[in-house]
Write a protein that binds this ligand. Structure first.
Ligand SMILES: Nc1ncnc2c1ncn2[C@@H]1O[C@H](COP(=O)(O)OP(=O)(O)OP(=O)(O)O)[C@@H](O)[C@H]1O
Ligand SMILES: [Mg+2]
Length: 244
């Protein structure tokens, strides 16, 4: 990792009954870095994001943003500290238009932008994610990628220092995937740090500075994408022999 750690996760642990879904996980995300969080289904990736964002309580360990502890804070307070997320299953506010969805996120985010002052910013956010001109549309009228774009606009409206993406690039066709990769790269170019749960190898290879690979709740490898993906345990647990 280059530069100071923006996010520091140490010994993070979460149990569900007898299952240790996240088991002593430690890693850091640097300022302006894209860190990939990889691993097979059920390895604990989404649970890590839920613990960082405050959606779930942790059982042990620490999470710090820019040196300040944030573990144990409720989601809205974590958001105010500067962490925004997208969900693996998109969840826009269905009865609100795209514009209203972004407006709600702006009003309740750490910057509390609302009223007439918000209008230009809403349009800029919609533009930025590729939804320019779609402000009046209801989420249900959007294609899948456009729903994902809306989800991203809502996260960006919070003014995050760190963005958590949970398989944001999953399920896109090749053209959409290329657009999605360009969009994420543009966010990083603007200085945003991103923790990205992803299975799409093209996206991981082209976007991530480093990656952390989990299996059964534990970190089994971390480092450059090339080195982590070549790790024998990663090949065995995640990639399978065909990808080796
Ligand atoms: N709220 C919950 N209650 C009970 N078990 C849960 C809960 N959330 C997750 N789990 C379990 O914890 C483990 C890790 O799940 P998690 O969703 O974090 O995996 P993941 O790596 O994101 O998987 P995927 O790639 O399929 O999204 C799984 O065994 C899952 O069934
Ligand atoms: Mg998941």
């Amino acid at each position: 990792m280059s530069g100071a750690a923006l996010l520091q996760v140490d010994g993070l642990t979460r149990r569900f009954g007898g299952l240790v879904a996240v088991d002593g996980v430690s890693f850091a995300v640097g300022e302006g870095e894209i860190l990939g969080l990889l691993g097979p289904n059920g390895s604990g990736k989404t649970t890590v994001l839920n613990l960082i964002s405050g959606a779930l309580r942790h059982d042990a360990g620490q999470v710090a943003l820019a040196g300040e502890a944030i573990h144990g804070l409720p989601p809205h307070r974590v958001a105010r500290r500067g962490i925004a997320r997208t969900f693996q299953l998109v969840r826009p506010l269905g009865s609100l238009t795209c514009r209203e969805n972004v407006a709600a996120a702006l009003a309740f985010g750490r910057r509390r932008v609302f009223g007439t002052g918000a209008a230009a910013e809403i349009e800029a956010l919609l533009d930025r994610v590729g939804l320019g001109g779609r402000g009046d549309a209801l989420p249900e009228a959007l294609t899948y990628i456009d729903q994902k774009r809306l989800e991203l606009a809502r996260a960006l409206a919070l003014g995050p220092r760190l963005l958590l993406l949970d398989e944001w690039l999953a399920g896109l066709n090749p053209t959409e995937l290329r657009q999605g990769i360009e969009l994420v790269a543009a966010l990083r170019a603007q200085g945003m740090a991103i923790l990205m749960v992803e299975h799409v190898m093209d996206a991981i290879r082209s976007l991530c500075d480093r990656c952390v690979v989990m299996n059964a709740g534990r970190v089994i490898a971390q480092g450059t994408v090339e080195a982590a993906l070549a790790d024998p345990e990663v090949v065995r647990a995640y990639l399978g022999d065909d990808d080796a």
